[in-house]
Write a protein of this length. Structure first.
Length: 324
């Protein structure tokens, strides 16, 4: 039996959403050690998968790999549409598990578009491949205008920077029990509206934050500057989305971000993707205090939810027999 496990990812935002610049999107984010999605597969003469969404991915995977079928099961999964990249990790884990079950070599970057993944951001695919903090190159604007190409008619944007974060850095995740973030057609429509009116000046500011603050902080291991810079990067991204999500951060993420940012254990905060998940930047020494700050943030926002303190992933998806 083949088994594949991959961690969630945080998406800090895009470098540019204006058609006035040469390249569109350009994702920035980090692969996490947990929470995780784990999929198993056994070679079979037909497809057998009780999970409806995974069965859809598995059917496409069998066609791409030219295999008859598989027995596919999900051992653990990420909360869907919360900003943690569940769709990409689940799709790629399913593809890889089926390939391994049949002894077929697979290139997840090549096949991700046919699974509907990697269309805008390449962070999730890159995280699945090798983990770490990731910056992707985005797409030439002539390929991605306001109309998103059909499924499979794109390539996953290449990685332009990847770094392993210091071992003592941590992220506190606060995932409220709130309506799911945008996905599918609703996300496409919102992104189209954002791109149509995006201010190119914001792209220039974001480029400066990334090149002069975030990347140097990662290279030098400067946690405080990394947290502050990621916070600034996220706020500027939120300005693009304000009309679509009801503010710089979507409710109740804004309340959680404000509450979490008041804790001395947290040096940076933000909303991951469309949310509602938010994150704080901290370290191992302050993990307990950061976890308590996350619980307090939920209480102050008067919502229930989950709080985790996790590290970044130093490697990509884990496959049997190396599984542990």
């Amino acid at each position: 039996m083949a088994r594949v496990s991959a961690g969630a990812r945080l998406h800090f935002g895009f470098q540019n959403l204006s058609l006035a610049h040469e390249r569109l999107y350009g994702g920035v984010g980090v692969a996490l050690s947990e929470p995780r999605v784990t999929v198993t597969a056994e070679a079979h003469d037909e497809l057998d998968c009780p999970d409806e969404l995974v069965a859809e991915y598995a059917s496409r995977a069998c066609a791409l790999l030219d295999v008859e079928g598989a027995l596919v099961r999900v051992e653990e999964t990420l909360p869907r549409h919360t900003g943690l990249g569940s769709g990409t990790q689940l799709a790629l884990a399913t593809l890889t598990a089926i390939a391994d079950a049949h002894g077929v070599a697979v290139d997840v970057r090549e096949h991700a578009p046919a699974l509907g993944r990697g269309g805008r951001s390449g962070v999730g695919v890159a995280g699945f491949e090798a983990g770490g903090f990731v910056v992707d190159a985005g797409h030439p604007v002539e390929q991605f205008t306001t109309q998103t190409p059909a499924v499979g008619e794109w390539t996953v944007p290449p990685v332009v920077a990847r770094h392993t974060l210091p071992g003592d850095w941590r992220f506190v995740l606060v995932v409220p029990d709130a309506p799911s973030g945008r996905s599918g057609n609703a996300e496409d429509e919102s992104m189209r509206a954002v791109v149509e009116r995006a201010d190119p000046a914001l792209g220039d500011e974001l480029a400066g934050i990334l090149s002069r603050r975030i990347l140097p902080a990662v290279a030098e291991g400067d946690l405080a500057e990394f947290g502050a810079a990621v916070s600034a990067f996220g706020r500027l991204n939120g300005a693009w989305y304000a009309d679509e999500q009801g503010g710089v951060y979507r409710p109740p993420a804004g309340e959680l971000v404000n509450a979490l940012s008041s804790s001395p254990a947290v040096v940076g905060v933000g909303q991951s993707s469309w949310g509602p998940a938010v994150f704080g930047v901290t370290d191992a020494a302050r993990a307990d205090a950061a976890r308590a700050a996350g619980r307090e943030a939920l209480d102050r926002a008067n919502v229930s939810g989950d709080v985790l303190v996790v590290s970044s992933a130093e490697r990509g998806a884990v496959r049997a027999p190396d599984f542990k």
